[in-house]
Design a protein around this ligand. Structure first.
Ligand code: DQA
Length: 163
């Protein structure tokens, strides 16, 4: 069962829960982009659902989308000390970016990787994630729910670490 407010747990653990959410390239086009693969929901709607989920769990989100690898690397590089975890859909960079993987490793923050589509069921080049090994785990194939499940996985991780 979902706690009404994770802040109680936060208090007892002495940890604040701020999570950085990163949407990678082309996710700004959600809703219009290959709707048969990614659905018709816009990024704004995904973010709204994420914020609603976050408030139920008592965590705060900062959400950003970037089409630029270096920008994502910079944001991850600045995350330690400001956030307790990262929820990331690296999009196409999942399959190519050693730089984002290294940034996640260097951040020392728990991260969860999410994908709207089931990348294991798609083209061969999407089967490999360079970034997932730098994360606690990966959730893939549930559309918008992948993000909500990923957020839940992170908050449950914080709770288990705190108890
Ligand atoms: C994606 C899957 C990637 O392979 C693709 O390049 C994307 C979106 C997903 O959420 O399903 O841009 O990360």
């Amino acid at each position: 069962m979902k706690p009404k407010n994770l802040r109680n747990n936060k208090k007892s653990a002495g940890v604040a829960c701020r999570i950085l959410v990163i949407h990678g390239p082309n996710l700004n086009l959600l809703g219009k982009r290959e709707p048969e693969v990614y659905g018709t929901m816009t990024l704004e709607e995904v973010n709204k659902a994420l914020n609603a989920e976050a408030s139920q769990w008592g965590v705060e989100l900062e959400i950003l989308q970037s089409n630029y690898e270096g920008e994502i690397v910079d944001q991850i590089g600045r995350a330690n000390g400001r956030f307790q975890g990262i929820l990331i859909n690296p999009a196409a960079y999942t399959h190519t970016s050693v730089a984002i993987r290294d940034a996640l490793m260097a951040s020392n923050l728990p991260a969860v990787e999410v994908h709207l589509s089931n990348i294991a069921k798609r083209e061969d080049f999407r089967h490999l994630s360079l970034t997932a090994p730098a994360c606690l785990g990966q959730i893939s194939g549930f559309g918008k729910e992948s993000y909500l499940l990923g957020l839940q996985a992170l908050t449950r991780f914080f709770r288990s670490r705190a108890s």
